[in-house]
Write a protein that binds this ligand. Structure first.
Ligand code: HEM
Length: 167
């Protein structure tokens, strides 16, 4: 898009919305590594609820967890553990079905109020920095580790950054 003069500097929101692979990369990144790992708690309303074929009475706290939903093979298939942005670019109905289980910002009542502004910022920042800087893993063999502190922190993700073409 840069070569064709279709991407401003910095990119506009509208331009980034017209970049399906970028959007797929963001969705896939947030699927495989959602920041929130704490349970997304809801209280069963009056009348109770049937969830996953089990009956829950009113007033009981139930919760979903992003990491569990995002790695569910019944939803994402046998390659649920793989980073594959292309899964977001397939059949429209299949993508819509998967999207119901994509909950890095929660879902329904209590959904993150910062969801749309965050997606807008991520969508603009990624192409902006990628076309200005080169990123290189300091140690490509270092094992990426995650630490749970309600949010999930990455460890061993050390990257050197240099102006593009000058590394
Ligand atoms: C990538 C960035 C962000 C992620 C991954 C994220 C994720 C989440 C998640 C998982 C929840 C719980 C939703 C639920 O229970 O269904 C939440 C709630 C919330 N988030 Fe975010 N968030 C982000 C950015 C922001 C920003 C920028 C703001 C403020 C502008 C914000 C404000 C809130 C608030 C106020 C709630 C509580 C909503 C409620 O309980 O009604 N978040 N967020």
């Amino acid at each position: 898009m840069t070569a064709q003069g279709r991407l401003s500097d910095p990119p506009t929101f509208a331009e980034t919305q017209a970049m399906p692979y970028l959007q797929a990369v963001i969705q896939e990144g947030l699927r495989l590594h959602p920041a929130a790992a704490f349970p997304l708690v809801r209280v069963v309303p009056e009348g109770g609820a049937v969830i996953a074929e089990k009956v829950f009475p009113a007033g009981v706290s139930v919760a979903a967890n992003c990491w569990v939903a995002h790695y569910n093979r019944q939803v994402w298939g046998d390659d649920a553990h793989e980073y594959r942005p292309e899964r977001w670019l397939g059949d429209k109905d299949e993508v819509a079905a998967m999207s119901r289980y994509w909950i890095p910002f929660g879902h329904g009542a209590g959904t993150c109020i910062g969801k749309n502004i965050s997606l807008m910022e991520i969508g603009k920042v990624i192409p902006h920095i990628l076309r200005k800087y080169d990123f290189k893993l300091v140690d490509p063999n270092a094992e990426l580790k995650c630490r749970y502190v309600a949010f999930v922190l990455q460890e061993n993700l050390n990257v050197s950054i240099a102006p593009r073409g000058k590394a």
